[in-house]
Design a protein around this ligand. Structure first.
Ligand code: GLU
Length: 502
């Protein structure tokens, strides 16, 4: 059967988006785009207790930042609207009732207190084939009592078979099989009429004609429940193909990477800054740390996938062409922050100044640096971008082109400063004042000639000149700097520092 490719990212809006979540978006997006399919975002918000203000908007802002725009979503609309499960509440009950009618589910009347008591009584209590007949439900009670109880609060639970094997093919893992005896009788419809995730995900994947369901490995244990529901609802032929994406692991490979690991080890785990509306606590994101979206997308793609060669740098368009689910690894992918920074550095180097300008200009202005000349900014970006790993590095590497350094590291010059050097620089100021053609090569030539005349080694004079111009031991070629900041400013900075050294 030739189906139109329709994939979905189905987040529950409960907080900031973990990089693993964005990778799930990315793999969905790449797969959809390479086959001319649709990428859908469906908000799975049926658990009202976990609703977090602002989390949905954050998801769409993240996707916009990464350039991974959905074709259909609550924010973009589409033919299967609404795309928020809380707005589709009326769709689900009939399917749960149908399952009861067909003997695949049942009504359960146990109160929260009764279940609590059971959990205390029996360690690791599970509502399952082994215990359901001791509980309050339409299977264990006589018909009259059950009917009576239907007037009160009740849920619908799946009746997991006691001894069956559920098998399916995962695009990454191959044949996967589960024994149903290990799976509990999960609630499908809650007392408030809302479906749980398990029912809603199957019903909506069906109604929205999803052809492929890709999600994190943490959902693998739920797969048998979903597969049985597809079968029991009579939709087996329309079931999507599955792929469970490998976990993203802590840097040491010991377990899943969590937000807490990021806090502990000092790197971001969320895509963008996230402020918890309850605690007011802000968690830093990759964007605010100074990552380019191109780099973020690129590094995520390589967490669990490669194209079979040593190539590591890919644009989004290249990824759309190259990506294949069969090359996604089964094993977890270790997150390496140093490697993540390497990607960003490479992307800063790759992008032209015009693409970096908006972000750099905002950062510099935010740091209080006035940018009079946009033309100069592009030249500066080209000159210093090799030295920047994260975008805020531009503040140090580019700031001194636009304003004289606030601090001068004279301590780095003083130990080797003597009268011969003082004389050299005083003469250099004079030579530069007379210089008719202000250009890096010309300035270097004059500098070297003067050093030779004075019998001084140019290497020992370079550092003082650098510190005069930029304030410290950083920045690109010192004559390039002088060339760009211009004659008046170069001389002013040199004279200022010479004044400090006497
Ligand atoms: N709502 C689930 C989540 O929050 C989606 C899992 C799935 O894609 O089936 O991740």
């Amino acid at each position: 059967m030739d189906r139109k490719v329709r994939v979905r990212f189905a987040p529950s809006p409960t907080g900031g988006l973990h990089l693993g979540g964005v990778r799930t978006v990315l793999f969905n997006y790449l797969f959809a785009k390479q086959s001319g399919g649709d990428f859908i975002v469906r908000i799975e918000d049926t658990d009202q207790n976990r609703f977090v203000e602002g989390a949905e908007q954050y998801i769409f802002d993240t996707l916009a930042w990464c350039g991974l725009q959905p074709d259909e979503s609550p924010a973009h609309g589409g033919p299967y609207a609404p795309y928020r499960q809380s707005e589709r509440k009326q769709n689900y009950r009939k399917y749960a009732e149908q399952l009861v009618k067909d003997g695949y589910a049942y009504y359960a009347f146990d109160t929260t207190e009764e279940l609590e008591a059971r959990r205390k009584q029996i360690p690791n209590f599970q509502y399952s084939h082994a215990t359901r007949m001791q509980q309050q439900n339409s299977l264990s009670l006589d018909e009259a009592t059950a009917k009576e109880k239907m007037n009160g609060p009740h849920v619908i639970r799946i009746k997991m078979p006691e001894n069956e094997t559920v098998q399916f093919t995962d695009m990454i893992r191959g044949e996967v099989s589960f024994h149903t005896s290990q799976v509990d009788d999960k609630v499908l419809l809650k007392a408030d009429g809302m479906p749980t995730y398990h029912l809603a995900v199957v019903v909506d994947d069906y109604l929205m004609k999803i052809s492929h369901a890709f999600r994190g490995e943490e959902w693998l244990p739920s797969a048998p429940v979903h597969i049985l529901l597809w079968k029991w609802l009579g939709w087996e032929n329309e079931m999507p193909e599955w792929a469970h994406l490998p976990l993203i692991l802590k840097p040491d490979g010991n377990g899943k990477l969590s937000k807490r690991d990021g806090d502990r080890l000092g790197f971001p785990v969320f895509a963008m800054d996230w402020t918890d509306p309850k605690t007011g606590e802000t968690t830093t994101g990759f964007r605010e740390r100074g990552f380019l979206p191109e780099a973020f997308v690129n590094l995520l793609a390589l967490l669990g996938w490669n194209d079979g060669t040593d190539t590591e740098l890919f644009t989004l368009d290249e990824l759309v062409k190259q990506f294949s689910m069969s090359r996604v690894h089964k094993g977890g992918a270790k997150f390496d922050y140093e490697k993540a920074k390497w990607f960003n550095h490479e992307w800063i180097r790759r992008l032209p100044a015009s693409a970096l300008r908006p972000a750099v200009s905002e950062l510099l202005q935010h740091a209080g640096i006035q940018l009079a000349d946009g033309n100069l900014l592009d030249k500066v970006i080209e000159l210093v971008k090799d030295r920047c790993t994260l975008l805020p590095d531009f503040i140090q590497q580019a700031g001194f082109f636009f304003q004289s350094p606030a601090e001068i590291d004279t301590a780095a010059i003083k130990p080797k400063w003597d009268e011969s050097k003082n004389l050299f620089f005083t003469e250099l100021v004079r030579a530069y004042q007379l210089c008719g053609f202000w250009d890096a090569a010309e300035l270097e030539k004059e500098f070297k000639e003067l050093a030779a005349v004075n019998k001084l080694k140019p290497g020992e004079l370079m550092l003082p000149l650098r510190i005069m111009l930029v304030g410290g031991k950083f920045g690109p070629g010192v004559f390039d700097i002088a060339g760009l900041i211009g004659k008046a400013e170069t001389i002013r900075r040199m004279e200022h520092v010479l004044g400090l050294l006497v």
